[in-house]
Design a protein around this ligand. Structure first.
Ligand SMILES: [Zn+2]
Ligand SMILES: [Zn+2]
Length: 372
């Protein structure tokens, strides 16, 4: 079928992207869903720092690639063997979960090996690609377009593996549902699955973008005292509004001798990791979910790890089992304890993506949602 999508043509284009325009919006051909796959009409898709990391080349991926990995939509057709029903609203998640490999047996601690390999290759977990350039009849073979993390949601429609989606009820609106798939799964999971604070423990979050702010919201919802750390004053203001008892810049955190038993690093830079480690209390746990450049290096004191009995944990996808965790976040949202709508800073169209990437890179945006 003919769809409209936003394709990244090259990695590492210079900012501002509104001028270099590495993303083009146009017609594409989408194959019907294969075995265990579904066709989803996209309703809302969030722009995440992981999209920007592909655009700016920090995490280079094969191109051309149709970006977008945090989304919600409605199943419009099902492939052979698929169990979901047409009309079902689904949350897309950015790591398919085969359920068969040794990694899938670790309760979310390790990312699915099969899904990770497909994501790196820009294919679906069932093998191959379902996306091609739309070319006029008789003008040669159409170029394949890579999938982004098994989702490719910056498009009117997507074909995805059923192992990439989690069904949600229709009372969860698409803009809330979309956030559940990356920001909330990653940030919330960093707290509940990886940090595991004891009841009443203070939780600090370093880096208050979409993922960090989601971590903050989940920690507040679970009754923890929460401290936000970020260099952008507007984000500190929002953190206070969302329930942080204290919100400070990195230097202020150091000057005050701030410490917390569970600290989440969600900024994706070596400096932020060092800040997160520095504010972790003796006996505490530093959880890092950021994705810095592969060459980035941080400096910490190994002695403090030993002498203060510290733990450093890396967490991908919030160490989550999406089918288990997303319903828990939905329950918190239904109970009025997880105001996820506060994470949305802008609602945009596909054509706005270059300017939206610039807003994200500048730190001015939280979650910008492409609405269809
Ligand atoms: Zn993401
Ligand atoms: Zn697996």
């Amino acid at each position: 079928m003919r769809i409209t999508g936003a394709v990244l043509e090259r990695c590492g284009a210079p900012a501002p992207y509104a001028e270099s325009r590495p993303v083009t919006v146009g017609p594409l051909e989408l194959d019907p869903p294969g075995d265990g796959e579904v066709l989803v009409r996209i309703e809302a898709a969030g722009l995440c720092h992981s999209d920007l990391s592909v655009v700016d080349g920090n995490r280079a991926r094969p191109v051309p690639m149709l970006l977008g990995h945090e989304a919600a939509g409605v199943v419009e057709a099902t492939g052979p063997g698929a169990r979901l029903a047409v009309g079902q609203r689904v949350v897309m998640t950015f790591l398919p979960r085969c359920g068969q490999c040794a990694q899938c047996a670790t309760d979310g601690r390790l990312p699915c090996a099969v899904g990770s390999a497909a994501n790196a290759a820009g294919t679906l977990v069932g093998g191959g690609r379902r996306l091609r350039r739309a070319v006029p009849a008789g003008s040669g073979e159409a170029q394949e377009v890579h999938h982004h993390l098994g989702v490719s949601a910056f498009a009117s429609h997507a074909v995805v593996s059923e192992t990439s989606v989690v069904p949600v009820d229709h009372d969860v609106p698409p803009d809330i549902a979309a956030l559940l798939g990356c920001a909330v799964l990653t940030g919330g999971g960093a707290v509940v699955n990886a940090g595991r604070p004891a009841p009443g423990d203070r939780v600090a979050v370093v880096g208050l973008g979409g993922v960090g702010m989601a971590a903050l919201l989940v920690a507040v919802a679970l009754g923890h005292e929460v401290v936000g750390v970020d260099a952008v004053p507007a984000k500190l203001d929002l953190a206070r509004e969302l329930g942080a008892t204290l919100a400070v810049g990195p230097q202020e955190a150091a000057d005050q001798g701030l410490r917390a038993p569970v600290v989440i690093e969600a900024a994706g830079s070596a400096r932020a990791f060092e800040t997160a480690y520095a504010v972790t209390a003796p006996g505490g746990t530093t959880v890092t979910v950021g994705l810095p450049h592969p060459d980035a290096r941080a400096s910490i004191s190994p002695l403090s790890l030993t002498a203060e009995a510290r733990t450093v944990v890396g967490s991908y996808l919030g160490s989550a089992v999406p089918s288990r965790d997303i319903p828990r976040y939905v329950e918190l949202w239904r109970a009025g304890r997880l105001p996820l709508e506060r994470l949305v800073s802008d609602r945009i169209t596909l054509d706005d993506l270059p300017a939206a990437l610039d807003r994200l890179a500048s730190g001015a945006a939280l979650r910008q949602l492409v609405m269809f």
